[in-house]
Design a protein around this ligand. Structure first.
Ligand SMILES: [Zn+2]
Length: 131
């Protein structure tokens, strides 16, 4: 069974193009300075419409996580970990732990966002522990 893949649209295409290069793109509001993720046309804090694309260094820490033991479809191999990661640039991303091994994972663990090819879709972000 093939895992469902995201479908880029006009608003998210720069994000997915960066993902293919292995880069984590986000939007920065030039009116209030708030980092935006997932990317959008309007700032969620100030409703400003002047945002630019930026590339994250990909480093952050685990805000929270859960381990899924019963996959929603056979396309997902359980167990696997889902994380909320706070990036150094000030935004949060939900992602999977690369290779799914949650041993050693804790709130506050330092992680790095990397991208892996998907089944026929765009490259997907994954977190891996860093020291
Ligand atoms: Zn703003």
């Amino acid at each position: 069974m093939i895992r469902p893949s995201p479908v880029p649209n006009a608003d998210t295409r720069p994000y997915w193009e960066a993902a293919e290069r292995g880069e984590l793109a986000y939007r920065q509001c030039l009116e209030c300075g708030k980092a935006q993720f997932p990317p959008g046309r309007v700032c969620r804090r100030c409703r400003g419409e002047t945002l630019e694309w930026r590339i994250s260094g990909g480093c952050g820490t685990v805000h929270s996580f859960t381990v899924v033991h019963r996959a929603p479809t056979p396309a997902f191999a359980a167990p696997y970990a889902i994380l909320l990661v706070d990036l150094e640039e000030g935004f949060r991303i939900m992602t999977n732990l690369r290779h799914g091994d949650a041993a050693g994972l804790a709130i506050g663990s330092p992680v790095r966002i990397v991208f892996e090819p998907s089944d026929g879709g765009p490259a997907l972000p994954q977190a891996e522990l860093r020291s």
